[in-house]
Design a protein around this ligand. Structure first.
Ligand SMILES: [Zn+2]
Length: 379
């Protein structure tokens, strides 16, 4: 593989999809953070010792992968078969994982200094080795391979979040620092290559999309999905959420801050927060409810909150993306939406979350009073 267009062909990605993903990333429409602010603990203090590589592998990496892969015996056997060696001289070299062929376990070559970054590296390379074994040595496209590796990093970070909060803080710092390069200089290089497909191929061009895809998959992970991706070998590409990320292009970036975690002990505070979120969402429309007289507007929304006929949808970053209000017909309880607002283009997300909230699907009659032209297209 020599030029960037060869890379495109190998992965079966067209330039428009790449442009859309980059545009979606630049407008802030795709998430770059594996965690919402409320999920991040920043407890500093003593964590498990990182002095020995083999202990870190046995006590942190293996349990992290096992719990994410549903304690699969196949995965445990694979993880215990992986072999490790260091570099000949202890100077800085790029770590790698060697596929030693069928019937032979992969070998990870890396240095160990006992730093949090070394543990992230160990997680990354372990994911490469596991993906080689589960794919039965079938060659996986580099973009998919690196997505697996970044997911492996996140599995260990997540394991630390649950069991070793002080280690989590350190690992999360490493993740963020490394993301700055992957989604900074590396993404600029990728964007330049997309603009000129004759650009010589460089392996780092895989990292930005793999980073974004890993975050996307990690945040929406479902049982069995990880195993399917790691075992997919040559057919890995359909497992990556490239289309979903590209589809975010053109959405207006949501600049609203995340909502604080719900506070069940202070329901009136919760009501005010919801009301505030609705107002902010409505201000985003040029015409509509935000132009109503404030007493009427406030009175109407407050009544919905009191009747519990209003629902604010948050995205995976806890930011409000839209809301809906509805009326329930006395007697048969049929629901008619009286307003649906999704100023950033998240109509489907609002609809889905509303259906979940109401506990059923497909029975909402929409009443498009003045509630957004866009809504009628998407709903
Ligand atoms: Zn890698």
């Amino acid at each position: 593989m020599h030029s960037f267009s060869d890379w495109n062909q190998l992965h079966g990605i067209d330039a428009a999809t790449l442009e859309d993903i980059i545009a979606a990333f630049r407008s802030g429409a795709v998430s770059t953070q594996p965690y919402t602010p409320s999920e991040i603990t920043s407890r500093r203090g003593d964590g498990p010792s990182l002095a020995k590589q083999n202990e870190c592998y046995e006590k942190l990496v293996i349990p992290a992968f096992l719990s994410a892969f549903g304690n699969s015996a196949t995965v445990l056997a694979a993880l215990t078969s992986i072999r490790f060696t260091g570099f000949d001289e202890e100077d800085a070299k790029v770590p790698y994982t060697l596929d030693c062929g069928k019937g032979d376990a992969p070998r990870i070559v890396m240095s160990w200094w006992g730093r949090p970054a070394d543990l992230i590296c160990l997680a990354h390379e372990t994911a490469h080795a596991l993906q080689i074994i589960l794919s039965d040595h079938e060659r996986m496209a580099p973009l998919a391979r690196e997505t697996c590796a970044f997911l492996g990093e996140l599995l260990v970070i997540e394991h630390a979040r649950r069991h070793h909060p002080s280690l989590f803080a350190l690992l999360h710092d490493v993740w963020r620092a490394e993301s700055r390069r992957y989604l900074g200089a590396d993404l600029d290089t990728l964007a330049a290559a997309v603009a000129d497909p004759t650009t010589p191929y460089h392996y780092r061009q895989n990292y930005p999309l793999a980073r974004l895809a890993a975050v996307h998959l990690f945040r929406r992970r479902k049982p069995g999905q990880l195993h399917a991706l790691f075992a997919s070998g040559e057919s890995a590409m359909p497992h990556l959420p490239l289309e979903a990320m590209a589809n975010r292009a053109g959405d207006i970036a949501n600049y609203l801050p995340p909502m604080p975690a719900p506070d069940a002990e202070r329901p009136s505070m919760e009501a005010y927060r919801s009301l505030g979120a609705m107002v902010l969402l409505d201000i985003d429309r040029l015409q509509g409810p935000s132009e109503k007289r404030i007493e009427a507007y406030y009175g109407e929304l407050l009544r919905h909150l009191q009747d519990q006929t209003a629902y604010v949808t948050l995205d995976s970053d806890d930011r409000p993306v839209g809301y809906a209000t509805w009326a329930t017909r006395p007697g048969d309880g049929a629901v008619t939406l009286t307003r649906q607002s999704a100023p950033f283009g998240d109509h489907l997300m609002v609809q889905k979350s509303l259906e979940r909230h109401l506990g059923w699907s497909g029975r909402v009659a929409a009443h498009h009073a003045k509630s957004a032209q866009q809504a009628q297209i998407a709903w």
